[in-house]
Ligand binder design. Structure first.
Ligand SMILES: *[C@@H]1O[C@H](CO)[C@@H](O)[C@H](O)[C@H]1NC(C)=O
Length: 176
């Protein structure tokens, strides 16, 4: 009985550890709610924003827009370059789109509204693995890269969670 309880408790500790290391971030595309639109200039473009942001595996991209007028299409590189809106990889039009970045590499998004992609409403997000940070081919690392991107944290900070895990671990040690 005592053994199985011990197993159960340490399983719980590992679960909390696991959760604290895989905490998902939600990254609002463009850093503001009305960013999914035709950019007014090159410097206002979403790719400019994306270049200055860091994306990690497990992060969620979040788009806010009027679902009646616009949509988010996840597409191939070819479709991205030619602004081809037929047959996308995935289509989102609910106005509150959340896409998980579940692998490293590039993700391509274009607007599904007619003519919008051609006018620059498009986005490439590149998810780097930690390994790639040291052998990066492009883009070249810049000081800007280390500035905090606009992120809406989904929950309490990781350090708080880590503290909780430690406290839980001490409690378990004290019990047995
Ligand atoms: C757009 O993509 C579809 C599906 O991949 C393809 O059949 C079509 O030829 C493409 N259109 C253009 C203009 O490239």
């Amino acid at each position: 009985m005592a053994v199985s309880l011990k197993t159960l408790t340490s399983s719980l500790v590992f679960l909390f550890l696991f959760l604290s290391f895989t905490e998902a971030r939600e990254v609002l595309v463009g850093g503001k709610t009305d960013a999914w639109k035709i950019p007014s200039s090159e410097s206002d473009s979403l790719n400019k924003w994306a270049e200055n942001s860091r994306f990690r595996i497990g992060d969620y991209l979040v788009w806010k827009y009027d679902g009646g007028k616009d949509s988010v299409l996840q597409v191939t590189k070819e479709a991205y370059q030619s602004c081809n809106i037929t047959d996308p990889v995935a289509e989102y039009k609910d106005g509150d789109t959340k896409v998980k970045l579940e692998r490293p590499g590039p993700f391509y998004f274009i607007s599904g509204a007619k003519g919008h992609c051609e006018q620059g409403q498009k986005l490439i997000v590149v998810v780097l693995t930690p390994r790639h940070r040291y052998t990066a081919i492009s883009p070249a690392p810049s000081p800007v890269e280390f500035e905090a991107p606009a992120i809406a944290p989904t929950s309490s900070s990781t350090s708080f969670k880590a503290g909780f895990v430690v406290a839980l671990g001490l409690l378990v040690l004290g019990l047995f």
